[in-house]
Design a binder for this molecule. Structure first.
Ligand code: SAM
Length: 287
């Protein structure tokens, strides 16, 4: 710690402060904040207490909640509480489905996405980018076999830190283990420096994804309404039921009839009155 920083006297987050912060977080980004998350949040916010050279967690809460710093601190607060776990080819069945059935079904829809116009894909909670970059690798592979095939991928998240990482396209080397070898050999580079424990995606892949900040709690999304594919995976679990339902209804407005919605394998969207029909595990088609 910086020598000039005040000594930390009491570094715990009181239940009262936690519930005030939690209410703001849930209201802003939909993430449920039950009391069981207090220790996790406390741990993650310590970094902010130190960065701001505050003496304690209590001072941090006073600064954010009572002294008018909420607007400037909200980004950091959200960065601190979001769970960003992701991986390349995570839940690989989804990518198999797209490759073996989905792309063919989509190509038969009006406007022949991929042929007459680019196939439009959206990774709606993209974290550090492994999900949209996996899509990019898969679609570039498809384009190798069908040279006229074109696609657009947008990828959004609420967390600014993960978006910055995503744009770089540099990852810990162990994340390459999930990428099939033939694909990795085309799209992933290891550093020449053997001591460097990172991998880098080739420019062709990095340039295939447009990243942007988007809060799924917003009433409207500045995104096309004729998406062919939406990945919305491993985020529903953080929302309560009414939020899940509201976000899913909004996402459906952006999915064209016949387009596919992918959710996480552990997530359920039953009884939400959505214009969707299930076609495989955690895969739905827009009616
Ligand atoms: C566990 S990651 C999932 C990443 C990826 N979809 C996957 O399955 O590997 C969940 C992501 O949702 C993002 N998130 C949470 N609340 C959000 C919101 N209200 N709007 C947009 N993104 C949000 C988090 O920042 C985090 O990066």
């Amino acid at each position: 710690m910086n020598d000039t920083a005040p000594r930390v006297i009491n570094d715990s987050l009181s239940p009262h402060d936690f519930s005030r912060l939690g209410a703001i977080i849930q209201d802003h980004c939909g993430i449920r904040m039950p009391p069981t998350k207090r220790t996790m949040v406390e741990g993650r916010l310590r970094r902010r207490v130190r960065a701001l050279k505050l003496a304690s967690m209590h001072d941090y809460c006073r600064y954010v909640l009572d002294e008018g710093a909420l607007d400037s601190e909200l980004v950091n607060l959200i960065d601190a509480v979001t769970t960003n776990k992701t991986d390349f080819f995570r839940e690989i069945e989804h990518f198999r489905f797209l490759n073996e059935r989905g792309l063919d079904a989509l190509s038969r829809l009006p406007h022949h996405p991929g042929k007459d116009r680019p196939l439009k894909c959206w990774s709606a909670a993209c974290s550090t980018g492994a999900e949209p970059y996996t899509l990019a690798m898969l679609l570039h592979e498809h384009a190798r076999a069908q040279s006229s095939f074109r696609f657009d991928i947008i990828a959004t998240d609420i967390c600014t830190e993960v978006l910055a990482t995503a744009k770089l396209g540099i990852y810990p080397a162990d994340m390459a283990g999930m990428i099939p070898k033939a694909i990795a050999s085309r799209y992933v580079r290891r550093s020449r420096d053997r001591e460097d424990p990172t991998i880098r995606l080739v420019p062709q892949i990095r340039q295939s994804v447009r990243f942007g900040h988007l809060n799924l709690m917003d009433a409207d999304y500045p995104v096309a309404t004729d998406m062919d594919v939406i990945f919305f995976r491993n985020i529903l679990i953080y929302f309560d039921k009414p939020t899940q339902k509201a976000v899913l209804h909004r996402l459906c407005r952006h999915l064209r009839p016949g387009g596919f919605l992918f959710v996480g394998h552990s997530e359920t969207i039953a009884n939400m009155d959505l214009p969707l029909t299930q076609v495989a595990s955690a895969i739905f088609v827009r009616s």
